[in-house]
Design a protein around this ligand. Structure first.
Ligand SMILES: *Cc1c(COP(=O)(O)O)cnc(C)c1O
Length: 792
């Protein structure tokens, strides 16, 4: 259905929805008008899908996640509705640049990093596969902070994405649910009754998630916290204006900010409130829907598959038991069984400091009934498994990982290695008790956003070779294999990558005032800044390389551009120091006339989904260099490989599976295995030994500690160097030499186009398995028992 005058529709929205005169409209006005016009095309399909799911009485998937890092939505909608040509024509008729309009949209940054982006890819795949699903989370007023640098240091500012008209969301004024905190549990007629002391309303906001070709659409339902009653008119009339608004402010606090820290737990009470708030609202909503559609409560597991994305919604176990047992009278044992039949849990980390625990005191104060139920669940579990010792509470704390495990019928890891380690370490005892419970679902990324839409040049080349079927069946990339031996195809592949790099170079010059040689090797490490991800290993190698080039400026150096991006948690001092050091190194190295033909370093501010979409198609090399055993899966690694950037990486997370698929000769492996790191860490003085054995590493560390990169503050990095020469928990020093050697293998391969381009193209052709469509099919079969609906 081609609307010949789509531009008229856009103009109509501009005038009648926004009340704006086309002669005075800004780019933003036009972007919002376009979004509304595109939204009109989407809504019919969305409502039809929800009607079809209801009519079929289908089992629904409910994905509970503290984070949904969805990024921009306009381009996603245009691409999935296949409106690209129509929009392009309309915008050009209106004299607007499609790129400028698309890029005007702020990123919805409702997540920290990989975990939230996974949730977003899953929502897209669920819709593209036609699986009835609802994503549940929090509508944070302020998403993740906006990052900038002042003299190389990270500065955080609040992200005000909601100050603009958020065109994609529908506020459901009729979906407001009441939730309680605190208070006490009393007995009435032999039944426990929780009398909460404090109440808030959870207000639903729905965003449609449209699938490929618009055949299906699901809902992302985000909750905002509102006061039970409006403001206090009595107090207001008495002139006490601040007090009149107090209750409202207090309630809204719950959905005010996204915790900017995805590895350690803090802001305890508010964080626990957020977790309970969105989990409890979502479960009420799920039960209302189930009851609306009719059916015996015992059949809930046949209609609802509830996935907990990490432990943040783990309170769902006791809450669902409470809703079934306390509020609906189901016997306790049956309530536990029924809840377990619905619930499943995804583990995302093995690092002890990131496994959530809540003090029993806090839990008792905030959620007294849940504390009792946790004890009942613990006792029931112990009775079912005599002789085994696993406690849900220990040392005065509730262990949310164990709670989630015990209340889930399936528990999954996110890569083969991570799942194995999970069985051997954190959940070893629980795994012995429930040997069938743990399953693996290796993460994936949506090919619509991360290849089709982000990399149109490569997409056209692929489609020209094998047709367009790959977009919703990424395994078809395998059929590129014969083309990999065709010089014309490889030429075109290289041409596409070069054009992407030229675009990026032009943008870097325009937006950041940095000139880079588009022929240089673009070496990219973009992800959260964390010691385990080892951005500092990368910058130390950069320093060593710079020193080596200076010592031999006429050597046959392969020109490189080192690109970094990523945010550090505001309270994570060491991560912020890494950022500062990289910026300091960039200042010195980029200004060095002796070396800057060969080496440039840059740290781009405010990493987010849109920046990733810009950088990944232009990358030559993907840095995936975490300490083995620490990265659960990674998904950045998959995006790069798909876009033809081979990995330099350790045997960690999904790198292992990427290497298995692309072939070891198309992957730059280095470093210790997870097992070897454990042994190495036990060796006293491992860092000092490694430094003594490698003069490049020693020289680089010395340059840092002597203030070469901080001439006006020579001792700036004393602590940083002390950490590495001291306990060096993440084994940066011990892996340095192997990393250096691997980088030189990269140089050699890149210098030979006959080696490099086939290698890059093989990465694309062999990583179709990393589609989140495959991951979602795995969850459907092994965990949810859900099936797609054919909308026809
Ligand atoms: C993919 C992605 C991530 C995850 O990256 P990893 O390298 O797997 O840690 C984080 N943030 C954004 C914006 C992403 O797009």
């Amino acid at each position: 259905m081609i609307d010949a005058r789509f531009s008229d529709t856009i103009t109509r929205h501009l005038i009648y929805a926004l009340g704006t005169d086309p002669d005075h409209a800004t780019l933003r006005d036009w972007r919002i008008a376009l979004s509304l016009a595109v939204r009109d095309r989407l809504v019919d399909r969305w409502l039809a899908a929800s009607h079809a799911a209801r009519k079929a009485g289908a089992k629904r998937v409910y994905y509970l996640s503290m984070e949904f890092l969805i990024g921009r939505l306009l381009e996603d909608a245009i691409v999935n509705l296949r409106l690209e040509d129509e929009v392009r024509a309309a915008l050009s008729a209106l004299g607007l640049s499609p790129e400028a309009v698309i890029q005007d949209e702020p990123d919805a940054a409702l997540g920290n990093g990989g975990l939230g982006r996974l949730a977003a890819c899953f929502m897209e795949s669920l819709a593209s596969l036609g699986v009835p699903a609802i994503g549940y989370g929090i509508r944070y007023e302020h998403g993740l902070f906006r990052q900038s640098f002042v003299e190389g240091r990270q500065v955080e500012e609040p992200e005000d994405w909601l100050t603009q008209y958020h065109t994609w969301e529908f506020k459901r004024r009729n979906v407001r649910l009441r939730l309680c905190f605190g208070g006490e549990v009393v007995e009435e007629a032999g039944k426990a009754v929780w009398r909460g002391a404090e109440a808030v309303m959870a207000q639903a906001h729905d965003t449609p998630m449209i699938g490929w070709q618009g055949r299906w659409a699901n809902t992302l339902r985000l909750w905002s916290a509102e006061p039970l009653h409006g403001f206090d008119l009595d107090r207001f009339n008495r002139g006490d204006y601040a007090a009149a608004a107090e209750a409202e402010a207090l309630a809204r606090t719950i959905s005010r900010v996204l915790y900017p820290d995805d590895t350690t737990e803090r802001g305890k009470e508010l964080r626990l409130k957020q977790e309970y708030f969105f989990t409890a609202a979502s479960l009420q909503d799920i039960l209302h829907r189930f009851e609306d559609e009719g059916g015996a409560l015992a059949d809930l597991p046949k209609k609802a598959a509830i996935q907990l994305n990490d432990t943040h919604p783990a309170i769902a176990g006791p809450e669902l038991v409470r809703l079934l047992h306390d509020e609906r009278g189901m016997p306790l044992d049956q309530a536990i069984e029924t809840a377990r039949g619905c619930l499943s849990y995804t583990n995302h980390t093995l690092m002890p400091e990131a496994l959530e625990c809540w003090s029993e005191d806090l839990m008792t104060r905030l959620l007294p009934r849940h504390m009792q139920l946790i004890e009942r669940i613990d006792a029931a579990h112990a009775a079912e498994n005599p002789g085994r010792k696993v406690a849900l509470t220990a040392h005065g704390e509730v262990r949310m990982g164990e709670l989630a495990f015990v209340m889930a019928h399936k528990v999954n890891g996110v890569s083969a290695l991570h799942t194995d380690l999970m069985k051997q370490t954190v959940f070893a005892e629980l795994h012995r008790m429930h040997p069938d419970r743990i399953v693996n679902q290796t993460n994936g990324v949506t090919p619509r956003r991360w290849l089709f839409s982000a990399n149109p040049r490569l997409s056209r080349l692929i489609t020209g070779a094998i047709g367009e079927g790959w977009v919703c069946d990424l395994d078809q990339l395998e059929t590129l294999e014969p083309s990999l031996r065709d010089p014309a195809f490889l030429d075109a592949y290289a041409t596409a990558k070069r054009a992407n790099k030229a675009d990026l170079a032009a943008w870097l010059a325009e937006a950041h005032g940095i000139t880079v040689d588009p022929e240089a090797l673009f070496d990219v490490q973009i992800k959260r800044i964390h010691e385990y991800k080892r951005q500092h290993l990368n910058i130390l190698e950069t320093i060593a390389l710079w020193r080596e080039i200076k010592a031999n400026p006429n050597g046959p150096w392969v020109p490189r551009v080192k690109i970094f991006a990523g945010k550090a948690a505001p309270g994570y001092a060491f991560a912020k120091e890494i950022i500062h050091l990289i910026n300091d190194v960039a200042t010195v190295v980029n200004a060095d006339p002796e070396t800057n033909r060969f080496l440039k370093v840059m740290f781009l501010p405010n990493y987010n989904v849109s920046l990733a979409e810009r950088l990944i198609p232009a990358a030559d090399l993907s840095e995936q260099i975490s300490t083995a055993g620490k990265e659960a899966s990674g998904t950045g690694n998959m995006k790069f490989a798909l876009n033809g950037a081979p990995t330099i990486g350790t045997l960690d997370g999904a790198n292992v599976e990427i290497r298995d698929r692309v072939g070891e000769e198309n992957f730059f492996l280095f470093g210790m295995t997870a097992e070897e790191t454990e042994i190495r860490r036990a060796a006293p003085d491992h860092a000092r030994q490694a430094i003594a054995a490698d003069t490049r590493l020693g020289g680089a560390l010395k340059a840092v500690s002597q203030g070469v990169f901080s001439p006006r503050d020579r001792h700036r990095y004393r602590g940083f160097v002390g950490n590495l020469t001291g306990h060096d928990y993440f084994l940066v020093c011990s892996d340095f030499t192997a990393y250096w050697d691997a980088q030189r293998r990269v140089d050699a391969a890149f210098a030979d186009p006959g080696v490099w381009w086939p290698m890059a193209a093989r990465n694309t052709a062999r990583t179709g398995w990393f589609s989140s469509d495959r991951t979602i099919r795995g969850y459907m079969a092994d965990i949810w028992g859900a099936v797609p609906i054919d909308p026809a």
